[in-house]
Design a protein around this ligand. Structure first.
Ligand SMILES: O=C(O)CCC(=O)C(=O)O
Length: 252
């Protein structure tokens, strides 16, 4: 359960980092899923950055009976998303970001609502929950956020490499007035951020991967018009608190 100081911080800043929301053993089980099951069960795509560097990710909209489905339906994520959006939520989509050592590319400054507006969501009433699977630092391209940028409203987005980037003139003006914060994270930390929060990340210049699971939830009242959008706009059936650990592979 988030407390009122955390809710206030999220409302003010447009993001909230919760340390150690998931344990190291839970992160270990998720990483095992990334290393041993992801490539076989999900399509891994590439959205090169403006410099042509590879930004690999797997993105899906369904919820399966696997370790990622357990994370999607986990009470610690769904409960926080419900609190932050002040209503019930549904699964919009999930991603595993695979920022590979030395070659993993950047993500340009953008708002997620820059994408999701086009999917028919009338309101930016979605939240992204970024669960760190590796330590995330400036050296390996941790997420950067501009506190308070969620109050700017939706900014026009255009193509930037294979990605969708916010209007660079507006981004520069916002940078001149707002701080840029490097959201450093340890494995198990979760960064919750608003759909209009400006965020970006640099390339991975280190020798270690920077992987993260990002689950996005939409408010149930904000289902897109015109039959568009992602996910299935139905309430989520929660899993028990130990559901991720239940996917631990037996020791060989
Ligand atoms: O993984 C990252 O560094 C960027 C993620 C991101 O920008 C997003 O999911 O919208």
């Amino acid at each position: 359960m988030l407390d009122s100081a955390q809710l206030q911080a999220y409302d003010r800043d447009g993001y909230l980092r919760v340390r150690g929301l998931f344990s190291r053993p839970e992160v270990g089980v998720l990483l095992d899923g990334v290393e041993h099951a992801l490539a076989a069960t999900r399509r891994i795509g590439d959205m090169p950055d403006a410099a042509g560097r590879s930004s690999k990710l797997a993105l899906w909209m369904d919820v399966r009976e696997d370790v990622f489905g357990a994370a999607t339906r986990h009470p610690r994520l769904v409960g926080a998303a419900r609190q932050l959006l002040r209503e019930d939520v549904y699964h919009w989509h999930s991603k595993v970001m695979l920022k590979e050592p030395r070659v993993g590319g950047a993500w340009e400054w953008h708002q997620d609502y820059g994408y999701w507006y086009r999917d028919g969501c009338l309101y930016p009433r979605l939240v992204s929950c970024m669960l760190a699977l590796d330590p995330a630092t400036p050296a390996n391209g941790c997420l950067q956020v501009m506190p308070g940028s969620h109050l700017l409203g939706r900014i026009e987005h255009g193509r930037s490499g294979n990605q969708s980037g916010a209007d660079p003139e507006r981004v520069a003006a916002a940078q001149a007035r707002l701080q840029t914060v490097h959201a450093e994270m340890d494995p198990g930390d979760v960064l919750f951020f608003h759909a209009n929060t400006l965020h970006a990340s640099g390339p991975n210049a280190s020798d270690a991967p920077r992987r993260a699971y990002i689950c996005c939830y939409n408010a149930l009242s904000n289902r897109p018009f015109g039959g568009k959008g992602h996910g299935n706009p139905e309430p989520i059936a929660l899993v028990p608190d130990d559901a991720i650990l239940a996917f631990a592979r037996a020791e060989a």
